[in-house]
Design a binder for this molecule. Structure first.
Ligand SMILES: [Fe+2]
Length: 445
């Protein structure tokens, strides 16, 4: 028999949902009204889909799924149920007129929120939801709703990043911290040891792919102390890295040629000058910021440098391992993430210099691991031993165990603090270039 969640815990979950909604409402507020039907990334849905999707997801999960209540629009519930995973070469072809009007979508969102909130604040309904979450997850259905929304707060930011400047309302952000002298180009030796991946069931919330906890023996290796910067990547571009077929896999080369790709998608060439496409303005290329590229481009750079991308276990070991054999929850220790530790949790829209947060360094002296851009690994996204899909969301991870996605670790400026936990795994297709993701390289010790 399930036990009720204490009213205090329930109130804090409602508050988290409110805060997450404020984040996504803020994002839609950036888009000018003319741009709501734009499709800033060719492989993704139009912006209007996401406006409906965030509410439809909570609705389908809680109202229809957990509480088994009657919907008021099956058609919109279905239309907004799922996003699309961009498949190479296959682009969606829908037209703006295929979608409901902004007024209809906003009215759907309003009705969904009003009904859901009335229900979540109702004791009997709350107990029903509590039993459901006790039955199916270790941490709760509300966590699923909140983290799903916060993930979209990040992926929507990538998407709006690609929107032309005159289609969005600029937002203020604090200037990046001043760079520290003598930053990158250093490698750190990590001695052989154990990396603990995943988390144990029954302790805290995690998505299905974070279970079960297991240990991996990692031989000694050397890893970049910082992510590769725009300045370092510029040397690769100028050395002809995009013209040297030997640095690319046949599939990556074919994709790059078909796209006519000559540089990272966040860069803009102006004659001989290279500029950077920041969120709300175009600026001179910030050479000490991490470069954001696809896995394909990261792997080509690594080959050019005579190195490789780290495995997920190597990344864990560099981030959380310590010389005394212990492991930390965050690279810097166990204290909750704050602004000194890195560039994350919606503090900024753009990156900061790679060496800006020495307080976030790991026990082995590796910096910038959490925040300021996800990091590609060369680990293909597979389930951990003991994986079980969530019965209420069976496709969350399992749909992507197809040998076509790579694990990313760390977090970006737009990653919520709750998803900076050690076991959290992100994954994308290797030729998807719009994510706030960079990389660092490893070599044998
Ligand atoms: Fe979603």
């Amino acid at each position: 028999m399930a036990t009720s969640i204490a009213p205090v815990a329930w109130a804090s979950r409602l508050k988290e949902l409110e805060e997450a909604r404020a984040k996504t409402d803020e994002l839609f507020g950036i888009v000018t009204s003319e741009a709501l039907f734009d499709r800033p990334i060719p492989e993704r849905h139009r912006i209007i889909f996401y406006l409906g999707h965030l509410e439809a997801f909570d609705w389908n999960l809680i109202w229809k799924g957990a509480l088994q209540r009657e919907p008021f629009s099956e058609e919109l519930d279905r239309l907004f149920a799922f996003g699309i995973d961009p498949v190479d070469g296959t682009l969606p072809a829908d037209r703006p007129e295929d979608w409901p009007s902004v007024g209809e979508v906003r009215e759907y969102c309003r009705r969904v929120r009003a009904a859901l909130d009335g229900c979540l604040q109702d004791k009997r309904a709350r107990d029903a939801a509590t039993q459901y979450e006790e039955a199916f997850t270790s941490g709760g259905l509300m966590h699923v709703a909140v983290e799903h929304r916060l993930m979209h707060a990040e992926t929507l930011a990538y998407m709006l990043h690609q929107l032309p400047y005159d289609r969005k309302h600029p937002q203020p952000q604090s200037p990046p911290p001043a760079p520290r002298a003598g930053a990158p180009a250093r490698m750190v030796t990590i001695p052989a040891g154990v990396a603990t991946l995943g988390q144990r069931k029954g302790h805290a919330f995690g998505w299905d792919n974070e279970f079960e906890e297991h240990r991996v023996e990692v031989p000694a290796f050397r890893i970049d102390a910082h992510k590769v910067t725009n300045g370092q990547f510029l040397a690769f571009v100028r050395a002809g890295g995009y013209d040297d077929r030997s640095l690319w896999t046949p599939e990556d080369w074919a994709w790059k040629e078909a796209q006519g790709l000559r540089q990272p998608v966040f860069w803009v060439r102006r004659g001989e000058r290279v500029e950077y496409r920041a969120m709300f303005e175009q600026i001179a290329l910030p050479r000490d910021w991490p470069v954001y590229v696809s896995h394909a481009e990261a792997a080509a750079y690594a080959r050019w440098a005579g190195k490789t991308l780290p495995s997920e276990a190597q990344w864990h070991r560099a981030a959380y391992g310590a010389p005394d054999g212990s492991e930390r929850f965050y690279p810097w220790g166990s204290s909750h993430p704050d602004r000194d530790h890195g560039n994350f949790d919606f503090d900024r829209w753009d990156p900061v210099p790679e060496a800006a947060h020495p307080a976030g360094r790991s026990a082995f002296g590796v910096e910038g691991l959490v925040g300021n851009g996800w990091e590609w690994t060369d680990t293909v996204f597979h389930p951990f031993p003991g994986f079980e899909r969530f019965s209420f969301y069976p496709g969350y991870s399992a749909n992507f165990f197809d040998d076509a996605h790579y694990v990313m670790k760390g977090g970006s400026a737009r990653t919520a603090a709750c998803m900076l936990r050690r076991s959290f795994r992100n994954w994308f297709r290797p030729r998807y270039q719009y994510v706030y993701a960079g990389f660092r390289c490893v070599e044998a010790a």
